[in-house]
Design a protein around this ligand. Structure first.
Ligand code: PGA
Length: 249
């Protein structure tokens, strides 16, 4: 694994005011010299963004939103949040293209607009890509990934603000996971797709999908990845800490 290891907590539609307190133990861990390599980013629901920003102020932890609207500033879009709003509240990251949003109808074109919006606001993008079970079964994985990357990053010139999160849809929340050999192969393929598009630019790529404190010892062996996007197991600070500790030991 590389210098800094990303541990991105995607809390999805979970969490309340009480759960904000629970991250104290993660903050304490991040202060220890041994875990300096860990770059911890919390992506709570919108309702808690402000609380997380306050709680993590003067710590090494960062905060991100789980989605955004494609329109940059403000507008008549009920229920939506823009990247300007995310930026102004003090978050530095935003997850874009998560399969749970793609499956609700989010298109590659919308994802592209969202990424442009995030970058124009100087936010870091956690760009999710991944095939579903049907696509995997029909050997369409590589074509799907290529399409998601090409269309999602249309007209994007620099990728230093982008963290690629490879999340096979069939692996999210299911406990099913590729073997290390298969995952390594897939990551290399993704890196090559990106290399073709962006030539010499450096890429950050993380893995997501059923990462937990039991399979982490195995997953951390994969040199090609720069960290993990963690859903279920990140909502419990004990489990999250366990994952970080096992990765960096
Ligand atoms: P999971 O979710 O770790 O619960 O599988 C990952 C994600 O959806 O980002």
């Amino acid at each position: 694994m590389t210098n800094k290891i990303l541990f991105i907590a995607n809390w999805k539609m979970f969490g309340d005011l009480d759960s904000v307190k629970s991250i104290k133990s993660v903050i304490n861990l991040s202060k220890k010299k041994k875990y300096k390599k860990a770059k911890i980013i919390y992506c709570p629901p919108y309702t808690l963004l402000d609380k997380f920003v306050i709680k993590t102020r003067k710590t090494k932890l960062c905060v991100g939103a789980q989605n955004c609207h494609q329109v940059i500033n403000t507008g008549p879009y009920t229920g939506a949040i823009s990247t300007t709003m995310i930026k102004k509240i003090g978050a530095k990251y935003v997850i874009i293209g998560h399969s749970e949003n793609r499956s609700n109808g989010e298109t590659n074109n919308q994802i592209n607009k969202k990424i442009h919006s995030a970058i124009s606001n100087n936010l870091n993008v956690i760009f999710c890509i991944g095939e579903n079970l049907f696509e995997k079964k029909h050997n369409r994985t590589n074509n799907i990934l290529k399409k998601q990357i090409y269309l999602g990053l249309k007209q994007i010139k620099k990728i230093d603000k982008i963290i690629f999160a490879y999340e096979p849809v069939w692996s999210i929340g299911t406990g099913k996971i590729l073997t290390n050999k298969e995952l390594t192969k897939q990551i290399i393929i993704i890196k090559n797709i990106i290399k073709n598009l962006f030539k010499k630019q450096k890429t950050k790529i993380i893995y997501g999908g059923s990462v937990n404190n039991r399979n982490i010892n195995n997953l951390k062996q994969i040199n090609e990845i720069d960290g993990f996007l963690i859903g279920g197991a990140s909502q419990n600070s004990k489990k999250f800490i366990d994952i970080i500790k096992k990765t960096i030991n």
